[in-house]
Design a protein around this ligand. Structure first.
Ligand SMILES: Nc1ncnc2c1ncn2[C@@H]1O[C@H](COP(=O)(O)OP(=O)(O)OP(=O)(O)O)[C@@H](O)[C@H]1O
Ligand SMILES: [Mn+2]
Length: 533
């Protein structure tokens, strides 16, 4: 009897233990799935056959690609590619970002693009053949395509199988071929998700220091011949910039580069090259593979046992300011490279509202309240959309508190009739507890704003959309969100606070001036554009 009851209780204990173990395994599986989803690697979809003469380089000018494949951004496929979905906070299952992007203001019908509205085009067969003949005549190191290919395969690059068919193009090339006169990319193009997915997951084949600018950044190369600009994390994600530091001595932030790309897209500008976050191994993905002597000789192991480096540059490239892994893991931002300057030269413009970059001197615009009157009369601000483009940029910069916009760039190919590239946003999002009204000087002094921009800003100030919510949701698509939110809550609320300030400045302008709105929407139905919940 005793044996029987002992047997019974032992059995129930075993049963209980088995249940607990099963539950724990299930919990572990659910946890792993949710954490690893954003880091999962999809197989590359490169396919197709090799064809002769496909070393087509895109060339500037003339007829554009056969249009961008447009897809709805809320397709499940897009979400799979960027590994998002699980972290997107939704208000009772509703995506504010998707609703925002469905609004007519984010889907304005564009006038049809003409051949010279595309930055690049593929060479015709005849042109490609001509170049090939020239190369064979002048360059005896490349005797045939197959020679060229085997050499590149040895270095770990993919076999090139690009043809005129855009299905065969790697995402970075599709991105380049999709650049138009009025925007850098079409938000609805599914290729963007592919592009950022590749940037976040492809093997890094090369890493060298990128010249130009003042702070450390690397140029990395991928097996599909894509390249990206890498900026490392230099300080804790939520560190506020020291109040005693001038804007020109502030560190660059990798999360600012990422967040700026999202903000520019949420504002409907599409003027920043796609940027994605990535957790890399400094040892295997930089130190061991770099061929850059100037970089590799700066690697060392810190007293805490972390692998660090500092590179060579003007600011913060010293043992006192190392970039360190933990011990190997390092957060970085990876930005898509624009087409090479030899294919698509860019012009750099000094901003009329550039700061003095001096501890003592004030810039002219800080002393002269009528400064804008002079700018308005000066080419290229006296004509076309350049002034309102600059004001769009000031709004973007004020929202993210970027004081470092000394220059901006445009593609030379498009002359003065084109959008402005918003490159270099590493010094944004430095302080959330303070706003910097002087960044809005172009808007406040000129009292002019594009109507489409103003209407989108109003939409984003509405609680149904709210800029901070749209940004939180957009940033959740980035793989680094799995480590920690890319913008802390105080930074997100600062966006809403600053947006209200921008709208107040416009309101004040409208009380005092007549010609505040630059109407770029006169051919659209006003009723559809206004938001009436
Ligand atoms: N995505 C990109 N593709 C191609 N070139 C780029 C890209 N981003 C930046 N550049 C080029 O590299 C230069 C330096 O980059 P960036 O401005 O980010 O560096 P920086 O060190 O912050 O510069 P600065 O000290 O002048 O502020 C830029 O002026 C720009 O011409
Ligand atoms: Mn910079």
């Amino acid at each position: 009897m005793v044996r029987h009851s002992l047997g019974l209780s032992t059995r129930s204990i075993y049963l209980g233990l088995a249940c607990i173990s099963l539950t724990l395994h299930l919990l572990l599986a659910v946890f792993c799935l949710s954490v690893l989803q954003s880091a999962c690697v999809l197989p590359t979809s490169s396919s197709s056959t090799h064809q002769h003469g496909e070393r087509h380089r895109p060339t500037p000018g003339a007829p554009g690609p056969e249009g961008n494949g447009s897809f709805s951004e809320n397709t499940e496929e897009a979400k799979k590619l960027i590994g998002a979905g699980n972290t997107v906070p939704k208000d009772r299952g509703r995506s504010k970002l998707e609703e925002l992007f469905r609004h007519p203001l984010y889907n304005l019908p564009r006038s049809e693009l003409q051949p010279d509205d595309w930055l690049l085009r593929l060479k015709t067969d005849e042109e490609a053949e001509e170049v090939e003949n020239e190369e064979t005549a002048t360059d005896d190191s490349i005797t045939s395509d197959s020679d060229w290919q085997s050499a590149s395969e040895e270095e770990g690059y993919d076999k090139v199988s690009w043809t005129r068919d855009k299905e065969t193009h790697p995402p970075w090339l599709r991105f380049h071929l999709g650049i138009s006169r009025w925007e850098l990319y079409d938000r609805k193009d599914l290729n963007l998700a592919q592009l950022t997915h590749y940037l976040a997951t492809q093997r890094i084949l090369g890493a060298v220091q990128k010249k130009g600018g003042t702070q450390l950044k690397l140029l990395v190369s991928f097996p599909n011949y894509g390249q990206a600009l890498l900026k490392p994390m230099r300080q804790p994600r939520d560190a506020e910039t020291d109040v005693n530091l001038f804007y020109f001595s502030d560190f660059e932030r990798h999360n600012a580069e990422i967040a700026a790309f999202h903000l520019d897209r949420v504002l409907g500008f599409n003027r920043i090259p796609p940027v994605v976050g990535r957790l890399i191994n400094v040892t295997t993905e930089i130190r061991d593979i770099t061929t850059d002597e100037r970089l590799s000789r700066t690697f060392f192991t810190s007293p805490a046992g972390n692998v660090c480096f500092y590179g060579q540059c003007e600011y913060y490239c010293s043992t006192e300011h190392p970039v360190c892994g933990g011990p190997h893991a390092l957060e970085v931002s990876v930005a898509t490279m624009l087409p090479d300057l030899s294919l698509a030269p860019r012009r750099s413009w000094r901003s009329p509202w550039r700061r003095s970059y001096s501890r003592k001197k004030l810039a002219q615009w800080e002393k002269d309240p009528a400064y804008c009157d002079t700018v308005k009369k000066t080419p290229p601000y006296d004509h076309g959309t350049r002034l309102v483009d600059l004001i769009d940029m000031a709004v973007l910069d004020f929202l993210m508190s970027n004081m470092d916009r000394h220059h901006y760039e445009t593609f030379e190919e498009f002359g003065n009739e084109t959008f402005l590239l918003h490159l270099d946003n590493g010094r944004a999002f430095g302080r959330h507890s303070q706003d910097e009204p002087s960044i809005l000087a172009p808007l406040a002094q000129c009292c002019r704003i594009r109507r489409s921009t103003l209407l989108r800003l109003r939409l984003l100030s509405h609680h149904d959309f709210r800029l901070s919510d749209a940004m939180r949701e957009s940033l959740a698509q980035d793989p680094l969100t799995a480590v920690a939110p890319l913008l802390s809550e105080p930074h997100l609320s600062a966006l809403d606070r600053r947006l209200a300030i921008v709208l107040r400045v416009v309101h004040t302008c409208q009380e005092r001036n007549k010609d505040v709105i630059y109407n770029d929407l006169d051919q659209y139905d006003d009723q559809k554009l206004e938001y009436n919940p």
